[in-house]
Design a binder for this molecule. Structure first.
Ligand code: GYE
Length: 330
């Protein structure tokens, strides 16, 4: 009898522990514009499901109105946590206040809303986009010097990301902040390719028609660099030789392009936030609280040979693509 009671008690305890962890996460995702985004989505869904929790995933197809509707539907459903990255930085004040009023812990990931100081959130993890832009510029300046072109006048074009996204404005600002100190690098043009290969290709085609001599392309993500490579080849030029190409994200397609000799370098921006978000949710469940800092992951720069400085202090050196720790999983 005693034994049966003990078994029953253990079963009740197990069931209540499991239901205490029956968590639903509402994830408002931007869209599917890039390999980065796919890796980010897959990583989060797999990690939530691996915990035995429920993921309510919404793909807003790049539309802010759809994200607002998804957030409101998460509130109505009464999800336990909301995971959010916004397609642009402005226009979230009202809906994120509604999330706060519903007392659903908000986890900010990737792109940050500009109303961040006016809202409550449980944790925030994202890329340091200004620093990524600076790194794109420093790698370029130091690479040119390494091949004896440090004093040459070179023409630069920039493919910007989605207009109004901090991932784009941050990178553009970072690039320009560095390039003003190098007057021999002349920015001919800077336009949005919306973080997609197709738009990157179309904008690069227009750059190639408009300018006789382009020496460097800075693409604010690798996907746009892939599209631009097609445009460069179609114009009868050799990517990475006639035009130096620097991307951002460090996705597998960039690895392949660097190995194929069609791209020069990529600045890392990790999409893998599950290893930060899952422990955060567990800690919140255990009653812990966190500060308001936006946590940036450690990130590096990869190219064909390695050894090119890519930070202001000149101390961090690019890593040869095949030496990347963990390889190129996405
Ligand atoms: O660089 C790009 C994606 O917000 C950091 O969005 C992210 C960016 C990433 O589409 O490829």
């Amino acid at each position: 009898m005693k034994k049966l009671f003990a078994v029953l008690l253990a079963m009740v305890m197990l069931v209540s522990a499991a239901s205490a962890m029956a968590i639903t996460v509402g994830f408002s995702q931007i869209g599917q514009e890039s390999d980065w985004r796919t890796a980010n989505t897959d990583n989060m869904i797999a990690a939530v499901e691996a915990e035995g929790w429920t993921m309510q995933y919404d793909d807003a197809q790049q539309q802010q109105a759809k994200q607002v509707a998804a957030l409101r539907s998460f509130i109505t459903q009464g999800v336990d946590y909301i995971l959010f990255t916004g397609v642009v930085s402005t226009g979230w004040d009202e809906v994120l206040k509604e999330v706060n009023e519903a007392e659903i812990p908000l986890i900010l990931m990737d792109r940050m809303p500009d109303c961040i100081d006016a809202i409550e959130y449980a944790g925030a993890f994202g890329g340091d986009f200004v620093e990524e832009g600076r790194r794109m510029a420093y790698w370029t300046v130091n690479y040119l010097a390494s091949v004896g072109r440090g004093d040459e006048e070179v023409n630069v074009v920039i493919l910007e990301g989605t207009t109004g996204a901090d991932a784009a404005t941050g990178r553009t600002n970072g690039i320009n902040e560095v390039l003003v100190n190098y007057p021999n690098l002349v920015v001919l043009d800077s336009q949005s390719g919306n973080f997609t290969p197709a738009e990157g290709q179309a904008v690069m085609e227009s750059f190639l028609k408009a300018y006789d001599k382009i020496d460097v392309l800075l693409a604010e993500n690798d996907g746009m660099a892939m599209g631009a490579i097609e445009a460069i080849k179609a114009a009868g030029l050799v990517p990475s030789v006639d035009i130096i190409i620097v991307g951002c994200d460090a996705v597998k397609t960039a690895y392949d392009a660097i190995v194929a000799g069609e791209m020069n370098a990529t600045i890392e921006c990790t999409p893998l936030y599950a290893s930060a978000v899952i422990p955060l949710i567990k800690a919140l469940e255990a009653g812990e609280t966190f500060g308001r800092d936006v946590i940036h992951p450690d990130e590096f720069c990869y190219d064909a040979e390695g050894g090119i400085p890519y930070t202001a202090d000149g101390e961090a050196l690019s890593i040869k693509v095949d030496d990347r720790v963990g390889g190129w999983p996405y």
